[in-house]
Design a protein around this ligand. Sequence first.
Ligand code: ADP
Ligand code: ADP
Ligand code: ZN
Length: 233
Amino acid sequence: MKASSSRLQERTLEVTQFNLVLLGPPGAGKGTQASRIVDEYGVPHISTGDILRSAVKNQTQMGLEAKKYMDAGELVPDSVVIGIVKDRLQEPDTAKGFLMDGFPRTIPQAEALDKALETLDRAISKTVVLLVDEDLLIKRLTGRRICRSCQTPFHVYFNKAKVEGVCDKCGGELYQRDDDTEATVRNRLEVYRAQTEPLIGYYDAQGVVVRIDGAQEPEQTFADIVSALGPGK
Ligand code: ADP
Ligand code: ADP
Ligand code: ZN
């Protein structure tokens, strides 16, 4: 009896998927929460921003094309990012689920993701929306520093590295993103309001949205996310 119920539990766990979307304005803390979430739920972190920055760094055709948009704080065309995500979903590590960070950012991207998941007999489980006021977003973005090696975000006031300019996690060099300047930040926030915020309504219609106060300490924000999603381990 005991053995069979634990087998059953094993099977149930096997089919439990965490197909998660992390949504929120630039600076809301998506990258900061993502590393904690993927740890808790054992799913890969899929950040279209990280993938695009790596393409820019490697000067691939796609990177050269994307850089123009990124430096201006505009969105890279849907066809490019949809292609990236569809390819990524073919990787076997996504079988248990995934955490999308910075994707989708437009309604056509959300529709394309739903379609791609449907062909895999899957659907979004939850969309976590991080809410933060605009003034705080600007402070967070203009003080952000990122690790060149592992992409972990730090902040010159709110989340200092133990040694200035050096990543606590991997010892990599910290740098300021080209698009984290005040003028570009303002444009990115406008682009968010116009093109990405409507996704909250899109996912509300599917009944999958959880709204989280992103202005709290990172630990408290994470605790709220886990109580909304249920424990992963
Ligand atoms: P996003 O991925 O949504 O753009 P990040 O996770 O990169 O946001 O966070 C933006 C900046 O704000 C980073 O410098 C990060 O260290 C800092 N930050 C993130 N979450 C918090 C928080 N809860 N409190 C204070 N600072 C934070
Ligand atoms: P943030 O930390 O501000 O949320 P990201 O790292 O997610 O920013 O994205 C940085 C830039 O990369 C965006 O301003 C945009 O130019 C491009 N980008 C990332 N994801 C997408 C996407 N899903 N659709 C279009 N452009 C994207
Ligand atoms: Zn690092």
